[in-house]
Design a protein around this ligand. Sequence first.
Ligand code: NAP
Length: 163
Amino acid sequence: MARINVIYARSLNHCIGKGGSLPWHLPKEYAHFKKTTLGHPIIMGRKTYEDHKSVLPGRLNIVITRQKDYQALPGIELVASLEEGIELARQHSDDIFIIGGVHFFTQGVAMADRVYETVVDVEIDGDAYLPNFDFSQWRTETLLTHEPDERNKLKFTAYLHQR
Ligand SMILES: NC(=O)c1ccc[n+]([C@@H]2O[C@H](COP(=O)([O-])OP(=O)(O)OC[C@H]3O[C@@H](n4cnc5c(N)ncnc54)[C@H](OP(=O)(O)O)[C@@H]3O)[C@@H](O)[C@H]2O)c1
């Protein structure tokens, strides 16, 4: 049985996106995302894909859309639901990562074995928000704490919640 992982970064007020993009520029947080997901299938909604519009290297990229004629870059696997994406992903790895957006994080956390959550120490006025997930019954460890620096101007903390 493949392990289902969810990975996201949110602000203190649970915002994850603004205007179709991430509401911050944090290369160090992105490096954490890359290191964690590398070598594993990543599943995302069509809008999350369009935010970067590329094939993230070293990972099977699976994009969920209802559009039957959607044109994606070569190397992108298109599916019509999260379930279909998981079915495809499990043929390639024992670890599957759900990487956005709101609907798939919400659906994903309900079924996940592990949630990689980064909390960015800022309040954002955006347009994509997560519900307040309750991890009080999960085992939580802190993976990384970052203090603001020249290239990563916001403080953030990366957690791993295991069910
Ligand atoms: N902070 C983070 O960790 C993080 C991570 C990822 C994304 N984001 C941000 O979140 C925003 C994008 O997320 P989003 O929630 O707006 O969109 P999204 O989940 O990435 O994509 C939504 C699209 O997925 C497809 N979809 C949704 N539900 C579906 C279903 N049940 N069955 C089949 N297809 C379905 C539809 O595509 P079609 O319209 O093509 O049918 C829908 O328009 C951006 O701002 C992005 O930067 C943040």
